[in-house]
Design a binder for this molecule. Structure first.
Ligand code: GH3
Ligand code: MG
Ligand code: MG
Ligand code: MG
Ligand code: MG
Length: 296
């Protein structure tokens, strides 16, 4: 059984073949979707991107070669590993298919064991891609998202809030007098404080919340479907949890506090970045008015 069970999209205009392949893959534990031609496959990929595409070459509307070129030209959320199924056995065709963007070929008539072995090979590549993408998207110290990914998510959530008229809130946190912690106890202790704040944030949020380390000891959290007042209640809970977290250095307990700024998307906000700016301004007010507090 492959380590991860990828979503596989099968595209073939031969319905008997489609049924047979689905049966094989489903019994091997794959999550299978089916398309009867290239155009339908493309529409399905746009809706819900699979990890693997197993496609026939000769199909009406959009053939396999066009489909493969189309997939490679899109900016999809993940890499799609493409296996061509074809009766074409000429070297020229094989080269054309690979150059169009296919990763592998399986000759028709398809042998079940061969197809499953090639899918296991695909899983190794996909597992690697998953690891690389995780590395690129997260901050190694805290495991939280990077600022760049936060912005991608902000644009996505902004769109959702526009479409469904959901509220969208943002909280910016910054540790108080952090330089003093570094100067007094050294950088490794400062790092541990950053990790602890990160842990408090990630273990006290909903799955839909987006938490990022913005840099240094500054964190940004995006709370979809949450009003400013509920975001402020949540931020206040985080502030108290951080203050209550016991970080011991040389038998002494460190007193750590954070400040937070909360903002909700306004109807007249034109740009997603304005939401972050407003939360940032509220954070500045929290700092100026004495720190260790949440300001909306
Ligand atoms: P304020 O209450 O106004 O926020 O004061 P502050 O001292 O916390 O000021 P500021 O937020 O500007 O301090 C950020 C400091 O964080 C400066 C920098 O040396 C330190 N820093 C940035 N990245 C890291 C890191 O990865 N580890 C550690 N230990 N320190 C870091
Ligand atoms: Mg065909
Ligand atoms: Mg600070
Ligand atoms: Mg800071
Ligand atoms: Mg406000």
């Amino acid at each position: 059984m492959p380590q991860l069970s990828p979503k596989v999209l099968l595209a073939d205009d031969d319905s008997a073949m489609l049924r047979l392949l689905s049966k094989w893959l489903e019994s091997a534990g794959y999550n299978v979707q089916r398309a009867v031609d290239g155009a339908q496959a493309a529409a399905m990929i746009e809706q819900d991107c699979p990890q693997v595409l197993v496609t026939d070459w000769e199909m009406p509307h959009m053939d396999g070669l066009e489909l493969v070129r189309w997939v490679r030209a899109q900016n999809l959320p993940n890499y799609v590993y493409i296996i061509f199924l074809t009766v074409r056995s000429g070297l020229d065709d094989m080269i054309r298919g690979l150059d169009a963007g296919a990763d592998d070929f399986v000759k028709k008539p398809v042998d079940k064991d061969e197809l499953l072995a090639r899918l296991r090979a695909a899983s190794r590549v996909l597992e690697l891609e998953k690891r690389l993408s995780l590395l690129a998207r997260t901050d190694p110290m805290t495991g939280l998202l990077t600022k760049k990914v936060f912005h991608e998510m902000l644009v996505k959530e902004w769109g959702r809030s526009t479409r469904h008229h959901f509220p969208l809130s943002c909280v910016m946190f910054d540790c108080d007098f952090f330089k003093r912690i570094n100067d007094t106890y050294g950088h490794p202790v400062g790092d541990e404080v950053i990790r602890r704040i990160g842990r408090t944030l990630s273990s006290n949020c909903r799955g839909s919340d987006v938490i990022a380390r913005f840099g240094g000891e500054e964190f940004a959290v995006l709370l979809p479907e949450t009003t400013e007042s509920n975001a402020a209640i949540w931020a206040e809970r985080i502030r108290k949890l951080v203050a209550a977290d016991r970080i011991m250095v040389d038998g002494k307990e460190l007193a750590i506090t954070i400040s937070g700024g909360v903002a909700q998307r306004m109807v007249d906000n034109a740009q997603p970045d304005q939401l972050v700016d407003m939360a940032d301004q509220a954070l500045l007010v929290a700092k100026r008015s004495g720190r260790d507090r949440i300001v909306t």
